[in-house]
Design a protein around this ligand. Structure first.
Ligand SMILES: [Zn+2]
Length: 221
């Protein structure tokens, strides 16, 4: 938390201690602005947004949207995947939609995503290869367009975008989202891509508010 500390120079134990020092600073700063800051937050949460993002340390939901604790409910995994059998993601989604009653769910990918780059190659990385398989499936769905992009970085960026778009589609196909829409809950599902190089978020313009555009086979009545 202390910007004056050069963290690259800290040893193993110092790195650990630095986190707790940072916490002390955080508490001090927050209380200096609002003495009741933690008492208020402890009363409960009512975040209007669920964020499904990449685990990458450079894409923290609150900082890049200039929001505070309590404003975004967050789920993160490698390459911001929405896998319809992932109990962790489904549990977070169910709680966010049915208990917290969030108004928006946003899948946020980022250019320069290591998971996407790894999935585009053939090298083995271990267990994670089985997770990255899902990204390879996204590639397969858009292979014609992706194969036509000759610049490798550009192709990776394009796959980042398709992965977010498919994430949005996968969310829309879940029984959780479709039942929320069916019951009249106002719920928007969106796809964003964040640029590590500029800090700017691009809206993929795939916002969905009902199941009208879902392929018939996935539609639940
Ligand atoms: Zn990533």
């Amino acid at each position: 938390m202390n910007p004056k500390v050069d963290k690259t120079k800290l040893n193993h134990a110092e790195l650990y201690a630095n986190l707790l020092d940072g916490n002390k600073q955080f508490v001090e700063d927050a209380l200096s602005v609002d003495p009741e800051y933690f008492e208020t937050l402890a009363k409960g949460q009512a975040p209007p947004v669920l964020w499904i993002g990449c685990a990458d340390s450079r894409v923290p939901a609150n900082q890049i949207t200039n929001t505070a604790p309590g404003e975004i409910f967050v789920h993160r995994n490698i390459a911001n995947m929405v896998i319809h059998t992932d109990m962790n993601m489904l549990s977070v989604l169910d709680y966010a939609v049915n208990v917290l009653k969030v108004k928006h769910v946003i899948v946020t990918g980022h250019y320069g995503c290591g998971g996407i780059a790894a999935a585009m190659g053939n090298e083995q990385f271990g267990l994670i290869d089985n997770w990255l398989r899902h990204i390879k499936d996204v590639y397969r769905l858009h292979a014609q367009k992706l194969d036509a992009v000759t610049d490798i970085e550009e192709r990776r960026d394009k796959l980042v975008e398709y992965n977010v778009i498919e994430g949005v589609r996968n969310l829309c196909k879940t029984s959780i989202v479709q039942n929320a829409w069916k019951s009249g809950q106002q719920l928007g599902i969106h796809g964003w891509v964040y640029s590590l190089k500029t800090g700017i978020i691009s809206d993929m313009k795939v916002s969905t508010y009902n199941n009208e555009h879902i392929d018939n086979v996935f539609r639940l009545i």
